[in-house]
Design a protein around this ligand. Structure first.
Ligand SMILES: Cc1cc2nc3c(=O)[nH]c(=O)nc-3n(C[C@H](O)[C@H](O)[C@H](O)COP(=O)(O)OP(=O)(O)OC[C@H]3O[C@@H](n4cnc5c(N)ncnc54)[C@H](O)[C@@H]3O)c2cc1C
Length: 395
């Protein structure tokens, strides 16, 4: 991830006290058996490729970090009900130290009404309230997007051995990911059509485990063959790059037990037309909701937070009002193109896998081979997937 990291803000030590898992390998393949790609941290001279941290752990770590910081703060465990802003007017005729109400009346502060009856006044309201953002709605910011007609089932499962690899297999109705979360446990994110999702959510535990093991092994199609030399027909791709065929296809560890309830989420793509308006900035899913197939949602939100904090710091250094749209637009200008590029890539992959069509299957296989055998491309993909690099992959 560019810029802001959990370590930078002091939150990582709280994450390390809770459930998390580093992984050093990734394997992605598809049900046709035509292609696969495996990444190893060694390919980028690293010990690890990434770390799986559950959302509740991220949230509680950030809260602990904030609670224990020296910052002057008040935490309101309440929901935002409404938000008011008045047009700016001059400050003449006020005392030397204008009251909060005066500043609000002159359009210098936003007023937030909370569900616990408190009112909060702020120069800048940051909407980090998710894909159904109330801040976005109250600011009148419109969105574009569509539903994917896909639901994701997520749950925790147990294996009989430890898992240090992040696995993802593309199936006819969507990908299934098996992500290590420590010891013998992994999390499943399984995308499928809504009817299938309802069935899989309610079927018996034994049937669900069987379905998962099937989906990660021979269900829907054969294993890809491991090739150890340059794949035929791809010479136009290889040019002067290094060919390496060391990473053999492997089968994920079997699931032996379901360790949590199964939760189901509808999937959609949503993008705010504006990220900022007077005294408001949207970050994370309130500004953009993407398909979870590459696990990039959180990284995009962190990059937003980093860019916004940089714009605010610049504004403070210059003595500018940090709620001014002109200042906030700098943040939008930095993040919107990067987020749109990522949304386009993820939406393209989702659509490429939504069709079972011979020539397209061969094209997908070629893409897998390219990603597996061409070292510079492989390195860039790894670097991007682990959040160290921004798009584009080819520069
Ligand atoms: C099935 C699924 C799997 C995913 N897998 C991955 C993955 O593997 N990796 C990844 O990076 N991303 C993944 N994502 C995406 C990721 O969950 C989101 O990108 C991320 O949670 C967005 O963070 P956020 O803080 O912007 O919003 P959220 O996590 O939605 O947090 C918003 C917060 O705002 C609060 N809130 C909402 N309304 C109000 C209100 N009116 N007043 C006060 N508070 C309010 C909510 O309670 C919540 O705490 C997945 C998403 C789904 C649906």
């Amino acid at each position: 991830m560019d810029g802001l990291k959990h370590a930078d803000i002091g939150a990582w030590k709280y994450i390390e006290e809770q459930r998390h898992a580093y992984f050093d390998k990734m394997q992605v393949w598809d049900y046709t058996g035509l292609g696969y790609t495996r990444y190893n941290a060694k390919d980028v001279d690293q010990d690890i490729l990434g770390c799986v941290v559950e959302n509740k752990v991220l949230q509680s770590s950030q809260l602990s970090c904030f609670q224990e910081s020296d910052l002057q703060k008040t935490i309101y465990p309440a929901r935002l009900n409404s938000m008011d802003m008045l047009p700016s007017s001059s400050l003449t005729g006020l005392g030397e130290v204008p009251s909060t109400t005066d500043l609000f009346m002159r359009g210098r502060l936003a007023k937030l009404e909370l569900s616990d009856g408190n009112n909060v006044y702020a120069k800048l309201v940051v909407g980090a309230d998710g894909s159904k953002s109330r801040v976005r709605e109250l600011a009148g910011i419109k969105t574009t997007g569509w539903n994917y007609s896909q639901n994701a089932i997520i749950c925790t499962v147990e294996h009989s051995v430890e898992n240090f690899t992040a696995w993802q297999r593309f199936l006819p109705n969507g990908p299934i990911a098996l992500l290590p979360i420590g010891d013998k446990f992994s999390n499943i994110v399984w995308t499928m059509d809504p009817t299938e999702a309802s069935d899989r959510k309610t079927m018996s535990e034994d049937d669900f485990i069987k379905a998962v093991n099937d989906a990660l092994d021979y269900g829907y199609g054969p294993h890809p063959e491991t090739t150890t030399s340059s794949p035929g027909g791809l010479s136009w791709l290889t040019g002067d790059v290094t060919i390496s065929g060391k990473e053999r296809f492997e089968t994920p560890p079997k699931v032996v037990k379901l360790s949590s309830e199964r939760m189901m989420f509808p999937l959609s793509l949503k993008h705010a037309k504006d990220y900022v308006s007077k005294r408001v900035a949207l970050v994370g899913d309130s500004a953009h909701t993407v398909h979870p197939l590459a696990g990039q949602g959180v990284n995009l939100g962190f990059a937003d937070a980093s860019a916004l904090s940089k714009a605010i710091a610049e504004g403070i250094a210059l003595g500018t009002d940090i709620g001014e749209t002109n200042l906030l637009k700098r943040y939008e200008a930095e993040r919107k193109p990067a987020n749109i590029a990522m949304m386009a890539v993820l939406d393209g992959i989702q659509k490429m896998y939504a069709v079972n069509f011979g020539p397209l299957n061969a094209f997908r296989a070629a893409a897998f081979h390219g990603a597996h055998y061409i070292s510079p491309l492989k390195k860039r993909i790894i670097s991007y997937a682990s959040g160290d690099q921004s798009l584009p992959l080819f520069s």
